[in-house]
Design a protein around this ligand. Structure first.
Ligand SMILES: Cc1cc2nc3c(=O)[nH]c(=O)nc-3n(C[C@H](O)[C@H](O)[C@H](O)COP(=O)(O)OP(=O)(O)OC[C@H]3O[C@@H](n4cnc5c(N)ncnc54)[C@H](O)[C@@H]3O)c2cc1C
Ligand code: FES
Length: 310
């Protein structure tokens, strides 16, 4: 397939521009979190935008050349190429990067999966093969990939997307279980990519149409073997994150949550994505951290809003 990746018309973002990033790997108490050193901005061409389950699409874009090394859990900002009214991008977790795809001239292909919730994701669903989008990424800090115990992933809705690259990294290193919750069978994500990596996938639906009937966090105590080295990583709706944290806390397990805080720049410039994080060096006992730079993965024990009873 011939894809023209040569130009950028608007000049708002160069067609291809690599920012030198700093190595901001930080030890958050749970382990070493990784981040990419480079952020690439540019124009990508849509090569696929398929409906994979209710209101959920997989968008594949080919970029001109190589996408920088992306850590599991990092995200990318995407905005429309041709719509001046929707200037801001939207953050989407990087699901997978296909390196040097021969079908697309040896260029890299970035895959994201999005759930249609509003204005921009609604417009994303109208993209067709050959459409162009602006992107910038990879952004944020990824998950700790140096853990060789039992990683228990808890995902709700489309919250499984940052976990595929992590499961790839942990293959052959540690045991991985994915607890996945959806409202009903028609909203269920296709999780074959995880099963293919040997991940133990357990499903819960609110209406019991597939798997366990009830909230996904109820599965957590069942998959944790008393005394084993384990950690809990979560991504999904805020209520699910808090419920998973409460169970992890009861079990005495480390817990990291990947937040889906709304974002504008994704680059640490606007401070529109801050969350309160405990900080013993601050007189308040907490300080603001930007989800797009210091996150999106945070130690749940350090998030101020997670310490309340709701
Ligand atoms: C790091 C990160 C990774 C993400 N990864 C994914 C992903 O892989 N797949 C995916 O489907 N989504 C992901 N999201 C969420 C996604 O960015 C939002 O769904 C998207 O921005 C909505 O844009 P929109 O223009 O369609 O909705 P808008 O028109 O902006 O909003 C529509 C409605 O949704 C609400 N809303 C919008 N964004 C959020 C939010 N983040 N949290 C709570 N309510 C919100 C608004 O208040 C409004 O009511 C991620 C978010 C972050 C921060
Ligand atoms: S989105 Fe601008 S600082 Fe995070």
């Amino acid at each position: 397939m011939n894809i023209d990746l040569s130009d950028s018309e608007s000049g708002i973002i160069d067609s291809k521009n690599v920012f030198g990033g700093s190595d901001n790997s930080v030890d958050c108490g749970v382990g070493l979190f990784c981040s990419s050193r480079e952020v690439l901005s540019g124009v990508g061409v849509v090569i696929g935008n398929e409906l994979i389950s209710g209101f959920t699409f997989k968008l594949s874009i080919v970029i001109d050349g190589k996408f920088p090394a992306a850590a599991a859990g990092q995200f990318i900002m995407i905005r429309l190429f041709d719509n001046i009214g929707l200037l801001l991008g939207r953050p989407l977790a990087i699901y997978r990067v296909r390196r040097g795809d021969v079908a697309f001239g040896g260029n890299d292909v970035v895959e994201v999966i999005y759930f249609v919730v509003g204005r921009l994701t609604g417009r994303f669903s109208e993209l067709v093969v050959g459409s162009r989008v602006y992107f910038w990424g990879p952004l944020g800090r990824g998950f700790d990939v140096g853990f060789n115990g039992h990683t228990i992933l808890v995902a709700g809705g489309v919250g499984y997307t940052p976990f595929l690259m992590l499961a790839e990294c942990l293959r052959g290193v540690g045991k991985v279980t994915l607890l996945y919750g959806a409202r009903s069978a028609d909203r269920l994500a296709p999780l074959k990519d995880f099963a293919d990596l040997g991940v133990d996938v357990r499903i819960a639906t609110d209406d019991g149409s597939v798997g366990f009937c009830g909230v996904v966090t109820k599965l957590l105590p069942d998959v944790y073997e008393n005394g084993e080295s384990a950690r809990v990583l979560c991504c999904g709706p805020a209520a699910m994150l808090k419920a998973a944290f409460n169970v992890a806390n009861d079990l005495g397990l480390p817990c990291v949550v990947s937040l889906e805080t709304p974002m504008s720049c994704g680059l640490g410039l606007c401070y529109g994505c801050v969350v309160k994080v405990k900080d013993e060096n601050d007189p308040n006992g907490w300080s603001y951290k930007r989800t797009c730079v210091e996150g999106p993965a945070f130690d749940a024990y350090k998030l101020v809003n997670f310490q309340t009873a709701d």
